[in-house]
Design a protein around this ligand. Structure first.
Ligand SMILES: Nc1nc2c(ncn2[C@@H]2O[C@H](COP(=O)(O)OP(=O)(O)OP(=O)(O)O)[C@@H](O)[C@H]2O)c(=O)[nH]1
Ligand SMILES: [Zn+2]
Length: 223
């Protein structure tokens, strides 16, 4: 694809599917093999920029970069890294809304590979199964650690929780800053992006209002 085609495609940045676009052979290579290749290619990028890789401070950077990509920033690409999320019967019969708020979002934008940082807030109305609270945070962390667009991140978290909790009654809000907007390009330091996705009972406006009221109460309590 040449530069003109990329410029034309520029605004077509909304993903066409909820799934992260992966190659069929995405996991044929081991993590170590991937790190070895990325280390090699990143050293070439550094060299192209004119950097002297024999410098003591720079010499380890290609390895650090490769490890960071495969093991840290993008560990969530590999389905084998999805956290084990066991559910248990809702024996106490709690049927009201549960809100888990201010979950850290540390993600990366797939257009520029720069950080997306913010918070996720999640609500659900338990059906017959409930989940350990920390597992919600773990799922958010897992889906965040892929090259993402915020809309898809929000949808992937929603879909997984709906399947795991065996209910459509889930709402996901992501509020985040994109470094590709704040540190390059337009360089707007103040703006942030909010996405919201929901299903089931949350299609009812009064349920959404209840959720947003609980969020507000939660943040007031935290003050
Ligand atoms: N909808 C959406 N857009 C995003 C997200 N992350 C980055 N973008 C946008 O994706 C767009 C990519 O547009 P391009 O015109 O190809 O890229 P660019 O020339 O670097 O754009 P500028 O950032 O305006 O300089 C930009 O407008 C980004 O702000 C996201 O999570 N969701
Ligand atoms: Zn970006």
């Amino acid at each position: 694809m040449d530069k003109t085609e990329i410029e034309v495609l520029g605004d077509n940045h909304i993903a066409t599917s909820i799934e992260t676009p992966l190659r069929a052979d995405a996991f044929q290579r081991t993590d170590s093999e991937k790190m070895e290749h990325i280390q090699h290619y990143f050293s070439k990028i550094m060299e192209e920029l004119g950097l002297d890789l024999t410098d003591e401070s720079l010499s380890g950077t290609p390895y650090r970069f490769a490890k960071m990509y495969v093991k840290e920033l993008f560990y969530g690409l590999d389905p084998k890294n999805r956290p084990k999320v066991s559910t248990f019967p809702n024996t106490y019969g709690y049927k009201r809304m549960l809100v888990e708020q201010d979950i850290t979002i540390d993600s990366s934008c797939e257009h520029h590979f720069l950080p997306i940082v913010g918070k996720a807030h999640i609500g659900y109305i338990p059906n017959d199964r409930v989940v350990g609270l920390s597992k919600i945070n773990r799922l958010v962390d897992y889906y965040s650690h892929r090259p993402q667009v915020q809309e898809r991140l929000c949808l992937q978290i929603l879909k997984d929780l709906q399947e795991t909790l065996e209910t459509e009654d889930v709402i996901v809000v992501v509020h985040a800053k994109h470094l590709c907007v704040s540190s390059r390009g337009i360089k707007d330091k103040e703006s942030a992006t909010t996405t919201v996705e929901y299903g089931g009972a949350f299609t009812d406006e009064s349920r959404r209002s209840e959720f947003f009221d609980l969020l507000k109460n939660g943040s007031d309590l935290n003050r």
